[in-house]
Design a binder for this molecule. Structure first.
Ligand SMILES: NC(=O)c1ccc[n+]([C@@H]2O[C@H](COP(=O)([O-])OP(=O)(O)OC[C@H]3O[C@@H](n4cnc5c(N)ncnc54)[C@H](OP(=O)(O)O)[C@@H]3O)[C@@H](O)[C@H]2O)c1
Length: 242
């Protein structure tokens, strides 16, 4: 079995200004793919496009909670490269604490970004992916999508929602040539939740997954021959308790 060549494949990634999304963008471009990058921080997008090269990457300042913003991300890819093959709904946020510890605004932002944002991204991408003859939807969820964890009830709920969404989407789209995969990492050393339950240079990071570890799973999913698919890929570092 040989890996699929990703040269020229067009992939849209949300949450590309940091962590897993940015690492996936770098690894995909190193494999010859073209990437449309979404996130709210314009400066970060500009820096990443400059690093990857304007022939290989386009940045779109967007908020996944806004359906029209997701459509602009897809349009940017189609305008630049004439197609969209795959999408990586990855944008997400986490606030850690008890159900009474967070503000209404924090809880709403988490639910709207992690779950509704995923739905809006997929809905915007599917027509272009079908037009391209099929592709991959690779949703970055979490091991919190399968089990509750301490101080993350609402976050875990959003990640369970992504799992249910993906399972049903697979049944809907597989016959049309679209594979749906969930990437479910355990704790990963990124900016995620820093100031909201985690701290910068958190001592736990030494034992955790890296953004590159998780990005590698995204890339490997896309590289699989189209005769098979990975539905759910859970990842832990060797030091993490599963
Ligand atoms: N780190 C972990 O321990 C861990 C473990 C399991 C799963 N995950 C999941 O992995 C995914 C990526 O997390 P990460 O660790 O890479 O976090 P990160 O380093 O904090 O990056 C999160 C990304 O999401 C973007 N984002 C947040 N809200 C957004 C919005 N409303 N619209 C558009 N983009 C938005 C951020 O960009 P802007 O701020 O520029 O918008 C940023 O690029 C998330 O879905 C997370 O739930 C993370």
């Amino acid at each position: 079995m040989t890996a699929r060549d990703l040269t020229g494949t067009v992939v849209a990634i949300t949450g590309a200004t940091a962590g897993i999304g940015r690492a996936a963008a770098r690894q995909l471009v190193a494999k010859g793919a073209k990437v449309a990058l979404g996130g709210r921080r314009a400066e970060r997008l500009d820096e990443l496009v400059a690093e990857l090269g304007a022939d290989n990457a386009v940045g779109v300042v967007m908020d996944v909670r806004v359906p029209a913003d997701n459509a602009r991300l897809v349009d940017a890819a189609v305008q630049k490269w004439g197609r969209l093959d795959s999408v990586v709904p990855n944008a997400g946020i986490g606030f850690y604490g008890g159900i009474l510890d967070m503000t209404d605004e924090e809880l709403a932002e988490m639910m709207e970004t992690n779950y509704a944002g995923t739905v809006w991204t997929v809905r915007a991408a599917v027509p272009a992916m079908l037009e391209a003859g099929g592709g991959d939807i690779v949703i970055v969820s979490s091991v919190a999508g399968f089990r509750g964890g301490e101080d993350e009830a609402v976050y875990a709920g959003t990640k369970h929602a992504q799992v249910g969404f993906a399972g049903s989407l697979d049944r809907e789209l597989r016959g049309k040539g679209v594979r749906v995969t969930l990437i479910c990492p355990a704790g990963t050393a990124t900016e995620f939740a820093v100031g909201a339950g985690r701290v910068e240079d958190d001592p736990r990071f030494a034992d955790w997954l890296t953004a590159d570890d998780v990005a590698h799973a995204v890339v490997t999913t896309l590289e699989q021959p189209r005769t098979l698919r990975t539905a759910i890929w859970t990842l832990w570092s060797m030091g993490q308790q599963s």
